[in-house]
Design a protein around this ligand. Structure first.
Ligand code: CP
Ligand code: NVA
Length: 306
């Protein structure tokens, strides 16, 4: 009777993840047909935010409501978490009243400690180390536009950050090849690369990663919590902008993704989001559908165990 959480992609098996991606596509179609599907009437999600968000908050809150349940937005600014109540105590209390919890925070240990003391499933909605929910949306988007991602060449261009770490795990789970191009000193930490040599490799330049790629992905140069490094990073990352010239090196069908928010003129050129192969708006919308599929999976799986 082990409680299932979603703290990193590796908490689910490849076949469970594929089930979620298939289901997300169905839920997208149902939503577009205005079909009402409310299996979770009376269920309540807690949404703990210690960092800002647009997509994550809107998609979880709307998703829970569309499934017939509701959600409570809990900002650390106005809960006792922000005043130092231990995460373990907060987990015991919050999970005794709710059916599922999502957390966006800094240290990854916060979500693992919360999960260890929670009576309900916990979803990582971004930590400094991982952003697994974004990967569900990214894979769904690739599959919807191009079919299976297995065997494809994916270029990660930019910071070796939380998104990059989740891409490394995704490469193993979905069996694609990941080429990572990061400036010296900004590569993913070895602890996130170790054991993934069969599917993820560091390459020397953005051009090396982009050549013949089927998918190019980037993210901001300074993540939340790194605002004071912005200027230094702008210098370090100047050769790592994703632009039309880089796309020309890739496979003609190569898609472009960015988890957003994007900084035009920095990690992406002014018009990169309007490129004919950019799918960033579908990618953002798919956060809704993929997370509804995830919520359904976690609530049903954990209910069936009790
Ligand atoms: N991509 C993403 O997680 O966006 P938000 O920070 O707006 O939630
Ligand atoms: N790497 C970014 C992702 C934002 C969705 C950050 O952590 O701020």
């Amino acid at each position: 009777m082990t409680l299932r959480h979603f703290l990193t992609l590796r908490d689910l098996s490849a076949s469970e993840l594929n089930h979620i991606i298939m289901r997300a596509q169905e839920l997208r179609q149902m939503q577009h047909r205005n079909e009402v599907f409310q299996p979770f009437a009376g269920k309540v999600m807690g949404m703990i935010f210690e960092k800002s968000s647009t997509r994550t908050r809107v998609s979880f809150e709307a998703g829970m409501s569309q499934l017939g349940g509701s959600a409570i937005f809990l900002s650390s600014r106005d809960t006792q978490l922000g005043r130092g109540e231990p995460i373990e105590d907060s987990a015991r209390v919050i999970s005794s009243m709710l059916d599922i919890v999502m957390i966006r925070t800094f240290g990854h240990d916060i979500v693992t400690r919360f999960a260890e003391h929670s009576r309900v499933p916990v979803i990582n909605a971004l930590t400094d180390d991982h952003h697994p929910c974004q990967l569900l949306a990214d894979i769904q988007t690739f599959v919807e536009h191009r079919g299976p991602i297995k065997g494809k060449s994916v270029a990660w261009i930019g910071d070796g950050n939380n998104m990059c770490n989740s891409y490394i795990e995704a490469a193993d789970l979905w069996d694609f090849k990941l080429k990572i191009a990061s400036p010296a000193g900004y590569e993913p930490k070895p602890e996130f690369l170790n054991g993934f040599e069969h599917c993820a490799e560091l390459v020397a330049s953005a051009e090396d990663a982009a050549t013949q790629a089927d998918l190019i992905v980037t993210d901001v140069w300074a993540s939340m919590g790194q605002e004071q490094e912005q200027k230094v990073r702008e210098q370090a990352f100047s050769a790592y902008q994703v632009n039309e010239r880089l796309m020309d090196l890739a496979h003609p069908d190569c898609l472009f993704m960015h988890c957003l928010p994007a900084h035009r003129g920095e990690e992406v050129s002014e018009h990169m989001l309007d490129h004919k192969n950019a799918v960033v708006w579908d990618e953002a919308e798919n956060r809704l559908h993929a997370q509804k599929a995830l919520i359904e999976f976690l609530i049903n799986t954990n209910l069936n165990q009790h």
